[in-house]
Design a protein around this ligand. Structure first.
Ligand SMILES: Nc1ncnc2c1ncn2[C@@H]1O[C@H](COP(=O)(O)OP(=O)(O)O)[C@@H](O)[C@H]1O
Ligand SMILES: [Mg+2]
Length: 473
């Protein structure tokens, strides 16, 4: 296993970390260099106490002083628990892995619970790999390509210079193809990676600026580099332990990374990788970056999962585990005990608890207006006001989801501004949970019940439509 195969074959671990509903959040929104949250900053509004606590946690994480512990975000639905976890991860920097797992995902037919958790843990640990490559950087003087008469085989020469020197390189077929793909011509300043053959156009040399008219206004002009043509450059990739596992698991191969269909990974593979990564670390080739594993709806886990987490937190290679729950005192699954947040007491003992509380109308309004901006939807003042009321009476998430729908409704009547009528329409099209429960209780016979039976028709009676609970006029 070589470092560069891993680096080349793995997707970047920051890849899909942005969950759409939280795309407006870019950090915890703290005062510069302090632990104090601003009232509204980096997409975050209100929830100041919880954000301040999160800022302290963030600081502990940065100082590496939180090993073996976990954070529990506890609060009612839609009070920003996931948002705060996102905020922490954003503040840690873009190459710190953030993995989000809904506790129910652990229960699947393909993977055992512990395998699913192990994979999630290892996805959340980054390995920052340093690699040296040789690059050639200079201004192209001339490209000469000789095509053989039969077509296939190509040969060529590239003359390239810096302000101090000039050299001619022989070109192979692969390099000729990349030069023509990048449309490199004399006067371009390029960077050429010797190992991979990758060519990057850096711009046009200033010495060619008199060709301006022929180049068009988009051309970027750069200085011809000075010094040596060949340089060594250090490049850094961050991949997760899980990605390394998958690439090296002979039964899977790296294609499994794209399908996500990784199956169980043998523990010998993981042991070998831990040893190897340990060696790289010793040799200064790699650095371990504990990322964040966010486990949402953690009360859905059972006692076996909690024991696993308890043990995994003790491991040398542990990520920062942030859990969220909206349960109060409830039963721990798989036991007969009741405990706060449904967490077993030994785990509860390890966690730092941050609690979130419901938002004021004004805060809801601000968050909704940030969401509208993020989705590039223009809301009229009245529409925002009514959406805020919907948010207060249902949930922030529900009202935030209405923005997209209302925008489609507005587009249908060819308006670029979402107005009250569009919100009303969206509200009546899609139920919030409370109206859905009401609808179910009124039409219970028409649904498949626990015995597997349902009434399909009952004389001429039609299924009752829902009535809008709130009077939005
Ligand atoms: N303080 C906040 N500032 C900005 N947006 C927020 C805040 N709290 C919640 N949101 C947004 O509101 C929606 C619901 O919040 P979420 O974090 O999913 O709630 P929870 O995880 O507590 O159920 C999300 O789109 C989230 O990004
Ligand atoms: Mg959530």
């Amino acid at each position: 296993m070589s470092i560069s195969t891993i680096a080349q074959n793995s997707e970047s671990s920051k890849g899909v970390s942005l969950i759409a509903a939280h795309s407006h959040i870019t950090g915890l929104g703290l005062e510069e260099g302090k632990l104090q949250p601003r009232e509204s900053s980096q997409g975050m509004v209100g929830q100041v106490k919880a954000r301040k606590a999160a800022a302290v946690v963030l600081e502990l994480i940065k100082q590496g002083r939180i090993a073996g512990r976990a954070v529990l975000l506890a609060g009612p639905p839609s009070t920003g628990k996931t948002a705060i976890a996102m905020g922490i991860s954003q503040s840690l920097g873009s190459d710190v892995p953030f993995t989000s797992l809904a506790a129910s995902e652990v229960f699947s037919l393909e993977l055992s619970k512990t395998e699913a958790l192990t994979q999630a843990f290892r996805r959340s640990i980054g390995v920052r790999i340093k690699e040296e490559t040789e690059i050639i950087e200079g201004e192209v003087v001339e490209i000469q390509i000789d095509r053989s008469l039969t077509g296939g085989h190509k040969q060529g020469k590239l003359t390239i210079k810096t302000t101090d020197m000039e050299t001619i390189y022989e070109l192979g077929t692969k390099m000729i193809d990349s030069l023509s793909r990048e449309k490199v011509t004399a006067g371009d300043v390029i960077s050429l990676d010797k190992a991979s053959g990758k060519i990057t156009k850096l711009g046009r040399s200033y010495s060619r600026s008199r060709d301006y008219d022929a180049m068009g206004p988009d051309t970027k002009f750069v200085q011809c580099p000075d010094g040596e043509l060949q340089r060594r450059r250090e490049i850094v990739h961050t991949v997760s332990l899980h990605e390394i596992d998958v690439i090296n698991s002979r039964t899977q191969g790296f294609l499994a990374l794209f399908s996500g269909d990784t199956g169980e990974i043998r523990s010998e593979v993981r042991d070998q990788i831990n040893t190897k990564v340990g060696e790289w670390k010793e040799e200064g080739k790699a650095e371990i970056i504990p990322g964040v594993l966010f486990i949402d709806e953690v009360h859905m886990l059972d006692i076996e999962c909690f024991s696993f987490i308890n043990r995994a937190l003790e491991d040398e290679l542990a990520p920062i585990v942030i859990m969220a729950t909206n349960r109060g005192v409830s039963q721990t699954r798989g036991t007969n005990y009741k405990s706060p947040h449904g967490l077993p007491v030994d785990l509860l003992d390890r966690v730092i608890i941050i609690s979130t509380s419901p938002y004021s109308a004004d805060e809801i309004k601000q968050i909704l207006s940030i969401r509208a901006q993020e989705e590039e939807v223009e809301l009229s003042a009245d529409a925002l006001a009514i959406l805020t009321r919907v948010g207060q009476e249902t949930s922030l998430r529900y009202s935030s989801n209405l923005i997209t729908v209302a925008n489609l409704v507005a587009a249908k009547r060819k308006s670029s501004v979402v107005d009250v009528e569009d919100i009303k329409r969206a509200y009546s099209l899609f139920l919030d949970s409370e109206r859905s429960v009401q609808y179910l209780s009124e039409n219970v016979n028409y649904y498949v019940n626990e015995a597997g039976a349902a009434t399909l028709s009952e004389g001429d009676k039609v299924i009752k439509g829902t009535e809008d609970k709130m009077d939005l006029s």
